[in-house]
Design a protein around this ligand. Structure first.
Ligand SMILES: Cc1cc2nc3c(=O)[nH]c(=O)nc-3n(C[C@H](O)[C@H](O)[C@H](O)COP(=O)(O)OP(=O)(O)OC[C@H]3O[C@@H](n4cnc5c(N)ncnc54)[C@H](O)[C@@H]3O)c2cc1C
Ligand SMILES: NC(=O)c1ccc[n+]([C@@H]2O[C@H](COP(=O)([O-])OP(=O)(O)OC[C@H]3O[C@@H](n4cnc5c(N)ncnc54)[C@H](O)[C@@H]3O)[C@@H](O)[C@H]2O)c1
Length: 446
């Protein structure tokens, strides 16, 4: 029950999904909760991550559908970038107020400013001290900055999403989620895009054959990929930027996106002073998301973890902590199957046991392969490329799926209950789906 010796029962540092999905139900149960936020309420995902990005991607995905249905649908489709950004701003602009309103509705104190740990129960916010029985570090990640001369000439993902005019020529450093998604958006909007890969692989956590499908499709759409090419320096060259690379070459571009990863916000928040352990990957926690200081927990992207640093993971963790703090459970955290998707066109999505794990243990798993254009439902939208791999255990339960296609995120989402709850024939036979639909197409393959 609420503890009267502190200002709050729980104080969260950061207001992203690692906080608010759990803080709101906790406060609704009568616990006294505070949220400290140095920037926009709601954190990265709504303001400069998932929500913002997917709005900019909507016309890009639509353009792809038009392209596929070319001949059936006639007339060109061009993306007006400034309208696209204006639309994004209109939709996400209200989100901090909306999320702030949800916090307010359950009497959570929102304190604006930078939170710094002073002791195991005290946080200072720009000089004001607040105490809490429990403190949650949910400070998230920030963009990595390459350590090369001239890096100040490069930009990050937030700058890209706020561009008022799409540059003619864009160079992207890195080949992870942000690089591939933003290369897709920029190219579809008319930019001449070059992606520089330090090694020879993009999207390392995904099935490489499917990653190559995306790369060759982007290449067909004009994106250049240069592998084994590290950037050594950026130089101002009039209105342009000169990009010097490890192969001794140099090229000019209008705009550079440094998409070399995101790093945890663990510095200058008092972790050393209070004794909270952390690594370069984030705050170290036990199986109750508790740090090395028992009254201090961590949630969301700032945790050093093996699970993907994504919004669904942050939501699950903040809800887990909420139930712990309310005394509803004392179980260690047990992560469900966490799906992930790269919003390129086509999309690349996956969940559960990977084809690589299955291939390494052929006595435990079987894998079935499906070519997307063979399915009549995908023929309806003239999808011309795409594949999936479905992984089954010995009892023929679906335990993993990975797909590259225009509708991969919806296929993987549809299959998720079967993977998480290990549906067998009895459960599968009880499920009927709206027909025709992507879900019925997805289950038709099992
Ligand atoms: C461009 C981009 C696209 C993305 N797209 C997707 C997607 O499509 N799907 C998906 O699942 N995930 C996506 N992500 C990842 C997703 O945004 C994160 O996983 C999610 O936001 C993590 O939530 P969080 O609460 O842990 O951290 P954040 O949302 O980063 O919140 C942390 C908050 O803490 C605040 N803060 C930091 N230090 C302090 C301090 N000392 N005092 C006070 N406040 C502080 C920050 O200002 C921030 O608001 C994307 C990320 C980016 C950058
Ligand atoms: N669809 C989604 O769910 C989505 C979309 C965008 C971002 N995100 C989240 O944001 C995080 C950050 O995305 P990201 O794309 O910045 O990171 P990432 O970790 O996915 O990719 C980083 C890329 O930079 C490369 N790199 C790293 N150091 C480098 C160096 N010194 N020189 C050259 N290349 C280097 C890596 O090899 C990799 O290709 C993701 O891990 C994910 O959690 C998710």
């Amino acid at each position: 029950m609420p503890d009267k010796q502190f200002d709050y029962d729980v104080l969260y540092i950061g207001s992203g999904h690692g906080t608010f999905d759990g803080a709101i139900p906790l406060a609704a149960k009568g616990y006294k909760v505070a949220v400290v936020e140095a920037d926009l309420i709601g954190g990265t995902c709504p303001n400069r991550g998932c929500n913002a990005k997917i709005i900019l991607d909507m016309p890009v995905a639509l353009r792809r559908q038009f392209e596929d249905l070319n001949g059936v649908v006639t007339g060109g489709v061009a993306i007006d970038w400034s309208q696209n950004v204006a639309h994004k701003d209109e939709v996400i602009g209200v989100l901090p107020g909306f999320i702030g309103g949800l916090l307010d509705s359950v009497h959570i104190d929102v304190i604006h400013g930078k939170g710094v740990l002073e002791d195991p129960h005290t946080v200072s916010i720009d000089g004001t001290l607040k105490t809490a029985g429990k403190i949650v570090i949910a400070t998230g990640l920030r963009p990595n900055r390459l350590d090369i001369p001239g890096i100040d000439l490069a930009h990050d993902s937030s700058d890209f999403m706020n561009l008022t005019k799409m540059p003619k020529k864009i160079t992207i450093i890195g080949a992870g989620y942000i690089a591939m998604e933003f290369a897709t958006i920029a190219s579809a909007t008319g930019a001449d895009v070059t992606v520089l890969l330090r090694g020879d692989k993009a999207l390392r956590a995904f099935h490489q054959e499917f990653v190559e499908t995306i790369i060759s499709d982007l290449e067909k759409h004009g994106v250049a990929f240069k592998r084994e090419t590290s950037v050594t320096e950026l130089k101002a060259a009039g209105d342009q930027i000169e990009v010097l690379t490890s192969d001794g070459q140099s090229s000019t571009t209008d705009w550079v996106l440094d998409a070399t990863g995101r790093i945890p916000n663990v510095e200058n928040i008092g972790l050393e002073k209070v004794g909270v352990h952390y690594t370069a990957k984030g705050v170290t926690v036990n199986d109750h998301l508790q740090t090395s200081v028992p009254s201090i927990y961590a949630s969301g992207d700032v945790i050093d973890k093996t699970q993907p640093k994504l919004t669904p993971t942050a939501i699950f963790e903040s809800k887990y902590l909420s139930a712990q703090f309310a005394g509803e459970s004392s179980d260690p955290i047990k992560y469900p199957v966490i799906p992930s998707v790269v919003f390129t066109t086509p999309r690349l999505a996956k969940a559960g046991v990977s084809p690589e794990t299955a291939a390494a243990a052929p006595s435990d798993y079987t894998v079935s392969a499906n070519h997307i254009p063979d399915d009549w439902y995908r023929q309806a939208s003239k999808e011309t490329l795409g594949d999936n791999l479905l992984v089954f255990d010995k009892a023929h339960h679906l335990v993993g799926a990975t797909e590259v296609s225009n509708q991969a995120e919806n296929v993987i989402n549809s299959l998720l209950p079967a993977i998480e709850f290990k549906f067998g024939p009895a459960e599968l036979n009880r499920l009927v789906y709206l027909f025709p639909s992507i879900t019925s197409a997805a289950y038709g393959q099992l």
